[in-house]
Design a protein around this ligand. Structure first.
Ligand code: WTA
Length: 653
């Protein structure tokens, strides 16, 4: 095999189908229906997306559906709309007016509900407050908040007046906040006094103050009152949100904006360098988040949809706020930690509210597994009808556990592959009809032309590992890296430039293979591919083999330079809480053999380190770059602002 291809060694043969009852009620309930959608999208991709766009409410209609000037795209050019109108006003005009839009539970257990009508009234007031503070169309507004309803209102209020929001995850440091505000040129910051997390209070306003000391261009700070902790207000600049909202009118004359008007910037960390401000615009983004929410979550009017992502991530943007509300769904939002007061908080929430759809991340599922199945088994989870995952490849063991222990063998699982950059889901099962296999996000959705290719852009053969690319622009594609068009081109569009063989592909940064059924197996970031004795191995597969061992709950595999093999594999492994200390000493040798037995001796880690925790980003992604540096015995350099817990690094050294 050529050294450019990525060797894929993991094999999984179990398959699962939705039940007849699920199929019968699904939006897409037959293969014929799905194939017809695919056929339409392949013959006329732009017409297909126009059909999806017509599901939104527009002021003036677009005159050009798509304008593609490699690598710059515009969708629905000339059309006007307002994202918040599509999330609120369109439903208030129907019998959904008094339906719950948002059901919120605080960490302390208080529950508050907003109907569509009530949410519209509050968003209108909020929009009027922003206008009154001199915020106008095109301004960038920072949002540094926890999981409280005001965060959703803040996003929708920005969208309503045409301000571009820039949400920064509420547990990021003052420096991370400062950098993201500065880089985006924000003029206003919306924050809150404090957020509850695992029984204690995160003092968001105090952290924001540290950043604000270096942000002279932010002239207005709005503070939502949540915990009631003491804060310092800077006179003239800082205001209590509830006071201004109480005085603001609930009527607001809404304006419509161009389809390509910037809706938000969201920073995402790269493996090297500074975080990138991913820019999304309005019409295309709203089209695709609405379409994917409806079909992938197979939304029904009586659903209560629970997503555990934070709104500081793209998942929160697309699948708590914009996609779900655009469909008039009821969204359940929880403020706090999954293990507070006990490790069954999510299951308790699902049972009490009778949630029907649950969307979380593999890292969370592995944590639930390590806590033991007694916690979910204590609860009646029979209201659930669909489960989802996002964020990284789900190892088949975790998939099976999720299917059995949470889904009670009756809920389809939608393993959804997408990125901050793609804006919405790209590869996922259609839950009524797609045959599921644990560990694969299955196939691209109708309208998405993804493929796995070699370095020269030629398609890979079945089961041959390669680079995951998208061959045709899609509506919710990022438009640029804010303020850095060169980085946009270099990162996403320089690997497969137009040539005599093709018109240029978007490079996702992920490695993948397609199996003989056309299912996509994501092998992780190509930065996480290691070359051992001339074989390029996806570390995700080796990790999956490690966690398939009964005593292991989590694993990360990286390479360190090795004179003989080129690279040696180092595995950092977390074992289950109930594994005795003496046993921990025996495990490394056993685990090496386990990997050899699961996937072959070539993948056997040279070194296994048992550890208590792994360095992760706030969204749960393991920061392999840091582990590589530790494994190689070097100093940790580069950006660590996205690291969740700095103590983890100390302990690993
Ligand atoms: C990874 C999250 C395998 C992938 C929405 C991608 C996945 C990156 C999956 C984007 C999945 C996300 N299976 N890998 N279902 N979903 N990824 O920007 O490497 O936080 O490129 O967006 O996560 O992460 P981001």
């Amino acid at each position: 095999m050529s050294s450019d291809s990525i060797k894929s060694i993991l094999q999984e043969h179990r398959t699962f189908e939705a039940s007849a009852a699920f199929k019968q009620r699904a939006h897409i309930g037959s293969q014929d229906q799905l194939q017809a959608m695919h056929a339409h999208a392949e013959q006329d991709p732009i017409g297909f997306w126009e059909e999806q766009a017509r599901e939104l409410s527009w002021g003036s209609k677009w005159d050009t559906p798509m304008q593609w000037n490699y690598p710059t795209v515009e969708w629905f050019v000339g059309g006007t709309l307002n994202a918040s109108v599509n999330c609120l006003d369109v439903h208030v005009a129907t019998e959904k007016r008094n339906k719950a839009a948002l059901v919120w539970e605080s960490e302390e257990g208080d529950v508050r509900t907003w109907t569509y009508q009530q949410l519209l009234a509050d968003v209108n007031r909020f929009a009027n407050v922003l206008l009154d503070q001199g915020i106008k169309k095109g301004d960038v507004v920072g949002i540094y908040m926890g999981m409280i309803p005001e965060a959703v209102m803040a996003m929708l209020a920005c969208a309503r007046i045409g301000a571009t929001h820039n949400v920064v995850f509420g547990a990021f440091s003052a420096e991370a906040l400062r950098e993201r505000m500065d880089n985006s040129g924000a003029v206003c910051l919306i924050t809150q006094d404090g957020a509850r997390r695992r029984g204690s209070v995160q003092r968001l306003k105090a952290v924001a103050d540290e950043a604000l000391a270096h942000l002279p261009n932010i002239h207005t700070v709005l503070v939502a009152k949540n915990v009631g902790n003491d804060i310092v207000m800077s006179r003239g600049r800082d205001h209590w949100l509830h006071e201004l909202m109480a005085a603001a009118p609930m009527k607001h004359d809404v304006q419509l904006f161009d389809s390509e008007h910037p809706l938000f910037i969201l920073y995402t960390s790269g493996s090297t360098g500074k975080p990138k401000g991913i820019l999304h615009t309005t019409g295309g983004y709203m089209t695709q988040v609405k379409y994917t929410s409806k079909y992938v979550f197979d939304l029904r009017d009586d659903d209560l949809y629970f997503c555990t992502a934070d709104i500081g991530w793209i998942t929160g943007h697309s699948y708590i706020v914009y996609g779900l509300l655009a469909n008039g769904a009821s969204v359940l939002m929880y403020e706090g930690a999954p293990n507070y007061p006990e490790k069954d908080r999510f299951w308790d929430i699902i049972e009490r509210h009778q949630a029907t759809v649950f969307y979380t991340a593999p890292t969370a599922i592995r944590a639930f597994m390590s806590w033991g199945e007694a916690w979910p088994r204590k609860h009646d989870l029979s209201s659930l009808r669909l489960l989802g995952t996002v964020g990284e490849p789900i190892n088949p063991e975790a998939w099976m556990w999720y299917y059995d222990v949470i889904g009670r063998n009756k809920c389809p699982i939608v393993d959804t592959w997408w990125q901050t950059e793609t804006g919405s889901i790209m590869i996922a099962p259609m839950p009524g009809v797609t045959t599921m296999k644990p560990g694969t996000a299955t196939q691209p959705l109708p309208g998405i032309m993804a493929d796995v290719v070699n370095k020269d852009g030629s398609p890979c053969k079945p089961n041959e590992g390669g680079y995951l690319v998208v061959k045709h622009p899609w509506p919710s594609m990022l438009r640029t890296v804010f303020g850095d068009e060169k980085r946009y081109r270099d990162t996403y569009w320089s690997h497969f430039e137009p040539c005599d063989k093709h018109d240029g592909y978007y490079f996702t940064g992920d490695g993948a293979r397609k199996d003989s059924d056309g299912c996509f197996w994501i092998m992780g970031r190509v930065d996480d591919v290691v070359n051992v004795s001339g074989h390029r191995l996806g570390t995700a597969e080796i990790e999956s083999a490690l966690v398939s061992h009964a005593e292991v709950s989590e694993a990360a595999v990286v390479a360190r330079p090795d004179e003989i093999k080129g690279n040696a594999l180092v595995a950092f492994v977390i074992v289950n809480a109930n594994v005795p200390t003496a046993r921990k000493a025996e495990l490394p040798a056993l685990l090496r053999e386990h990997v050899a037995a699961e996937i072959g001796p070539i993948a056997k880690p040279d070194e296994i380190r048992i550890t208590d925790a792994l360095p992760k980003t706030r969204s749960g992604k393991i920061m392999r770059r840091l582990l590589r540096e530790i494994a190689g015995g070097g100093e940790v350099t580069g950006d660590t602002t996205t690291l969740e817990d700095h103590n983890v690094l100390e302990n690993l050294r």
